[in-house]
Ligand binder design. Structure first.
Ligand code: ADP
Ligand code: 5SP
Length: 572
């Protein structure tokens, strides 16, 4: 039974395929959840899996109007479930990272005077934006711009040192540069640029919200150590229009991840009955919000199995490298978020699932799971059998930066005799091989970040938390434990695919209720009850099996190297 009184907090997650919302109490109990699924509810926009794809240029983008429509739909759904909006004291949330929204002057003005009897989409879609689309994080159209970004500060290493990442296709700086080059008219008609997180915050605030201190690190434009825009990078992106043009469009970055940026726009007060003093806390990126969905300790890792796969850790050490990403922590100065991000996550697994015989149960994953669990590690029935190692990239991948394709290799148990498999293997064997491949890549790239969690235990995460849609899958949980370990086991959040929206809601609680100087970890750590929030889904570290994967890790890296060497741009 929902409590009848007391403050409530609302968290959003504007991700690739859905807009999710979650309402919780001050003591972190989940009361209401609702979502708008873009393909199911808004297919009239012509998108697939939430986006448009232009194969010729590898451009991927989403219509901003669809997101506006999704906001009114999800709030109406919460209302239909009886959500007492009048008790909501604070709102925060998250947006898929890197995407940019190009507002014009009219849009800035309209935001503050929306009529409550008309929808957001009807009032804003046609007039408020200099460009109707937002480049999506799956975009691969900016190689040329990335090369210039990597060169601008001297090298990819230096760019990573300054901004937390080397240049990536999806990062906002290279995307803005491409927009400036291809559509200078759009660039010039733009008065403000927001990220997806600050776009959603702006809609609720009724004016353009500043960037968030964590999400801004996904732009390749922010100097993390200096806490300021990197002027050489801004200059590069703005081209002939000059540094000042871009500075104005970007506006400010809010250093404090908490507090209120201001009260909610009157549109939502009149239309849905929010209280006029409901505070809008800074929104952040979906990955930074995910690390706020539980009090994460050093050496704990989160594997987010959404459309993308990401691997997240919170750490006090800033050790950037071109191979991964560092972001400011969304709430706590002096902490950082370490991240790996893969394009080929959920959709690549779905592709293999769909090539198998159809499931006979209502769970579309049951055949995939049965086969994956019945297949021995690395497909080896005996230690002398060849071990299967594959790469399954229906989309061009981020790590490593290679074209789309499928590669099947084998090696011996000790990693020797790595060779491309002449005849491949059965499609059944792919079910286990794709999950192993995705998790081996996480193990390979997080090796330097982990240390021994206890005497006599090799370096690995302490606990592994699974979140996102794929966290509901027991076979994936088992294989994560097999490959990555986790000496205190593999866990999932009870909130399932809604961890990111939950992180947003926790952020809202902390932002509005914190005492002077009280950290997110202190406030949420005190109120969070593990028994109500998480469930152990696998024992994690099994020494023999974990060692088996360790023996082929070098060959896995070598296989990636061979595939990378075959890339046209790497052939000399
Ligand atoms: N039982 C399941 N097993 C494996 N994957 C699943 C399962 N349920 C959902 N998924 C995957 O979850 C993905 C969506 O995850 P979600 O975290 O909601 O995505 P996003 O936040 O990126 O929109 C889908 O692409 C689907 O493949
Ligand atoms: O590009 C990244 C992170 O760098 C992605 O993780 C996006 O932030 C989208 O995530 P999901 O839609 O999969 O949640």
């Amino acid at each position: 039974m929902a409590a009848q009184s007391g403050a409530l907090y609302l968290g959003f997650d504007l991700s690739t395929q859905q807009l999710k919302a979650i309402v919780i109490t001050s003591d972190l109990k989940v009361l209401y959840e609702a979502k708008t699924d873009f393909d199911a509810d808004l297919s009239k926009y012509g998108i697939k899996k939430g986006v448009f794809v232009k194969e010729e240029t590898r451009a991927v983008y989403a219509p901003v109007a669809m997101w506006l429509e999704a906001v009114d739909i999800v709030l109406q759904r919460l209302k239909d479930k009886g959500t007492p909006f009048e008790r909501i004291k604070g709102i925060s949330g998250a947006g898929q990272q890197h995407g940019s929204v190009y507002w014009n002057k009219t849009g800035e003005e309209l935001l503050g005077k929306l009529k409550p009897d008309e929808t957001l989409v009807d009032q804003l879609a046609k007039t408020a934006f200099a460009h109707p689309f937002s480049p999506n994080w799956q975009d691969g159209s900016t190689q040329k711009e990335c090369d210039k970004f990597d060169a601008q500060l001297g090298s990819a290493e230096e760019l990573a040192q300054i901004t937390g990442s080397k240049a990536h296709h999806r990062f906002t700086g290279p995307q803005i540069m491409r927009m400036h080059e291809n559509h200078p008219d759009v660039y010039r008609a733009t008065s403000r640029i927001t990220l997806v997180s600050s776009f959603l915050a702006s809609v609720f605030l009724g004016r353009i919200a500043p960037f968030d201190i964590s999400d801004v690190c996904g732009m390749n434009l922010w100097d993390i150590n200096a806490g300021a825009w990197s002027e050489p990078l801004l200059k590069l992106a703005a081209g002939v229009d000059g540094l000042e043009s871009l500075k104005q469009k970007l506006g400010t970055v809010r250093e404090d991840g908490g507090g209120s940026m201001g009260p909610i726009s009157t549109y939502f007060v009149s239309r849905y009955g929010f209280p006029s003093d409901c505070g809008i806390a800074p929104f952040t990126g979906d990955n930074p919000a995910t690390i706020l969905s539980l009090p994460l300790r050093p050496l704990d890792a989160i594997v987010s199995l959404g459309t993308s796969t990401t691997f997240l850790m919170s750490t006090p050490k800033y050790v950037p490298d071109p191979a991964y990403h560092f972001f400011n922590h969304p709430t706590t100065a002096g902490l950082y978020m370490f991240m790996l991000c893969y394009k080929n996550g959920g959709l690549a697994r779905e592709k293999i699932r769909d090539s198998l015989p159809k499931s006979t149960t209502t769970d579309s994953w049951s055949t995939f799971n049965e086969i994956a669990l019945a297949t021995p590690p690395l497909g080896q029935n005996s230690p002398t059998d060849p071990a299967n190692l594959g790469l399954f990239f229906p989309l061009p991948e981020i790590v490593p930066n290679v074209r789309s394709g499928t590669w099947r290799y084998t090696c011996m148990s000790d990693g020797s005799k790595l060779e491309e498999s002449a005849n491949g293997w059965s499609s059944e064997a792919d079910a286990r091989a794709i999950v192993e491949s995705q998790i081996l890549s996480l193990r390979l790239r997080s090796q330097k970040l982990v240390h021994s969690p206890a005497a006599g235990i090799p370096p690995q995460p302490r606990r592994i938390y699974l979140v996102g849609g794929g966290s509901l899958n027991p076979a994936i949980a088992r294989i994560v434990g097999d490959v990555l370990g986790g000496v205190e086991g593999v866990w999932k959040l009870d909130v399932g695919g809604n961890a990111c929206a939950l992180g947003g809601a926790y952020k809202a609680v902390w932002a509005i209720e914190r005492n002077e100087g009280e950290s997110f970890e202190e406030l949420i750590g005190e109120r969070w009850k593990a028994s109500e929030a998480i469930e152990k889904v696998d024992d994690g570290y099994r020494p023999d099996i974990w060692a088996k994967y360790g023996n082929v890790l070098g060959s896995f890296e070598e296989m990636e190297g061979k595939v990378l060497a075959g890339e046209e741009r790497n052939k000399k």
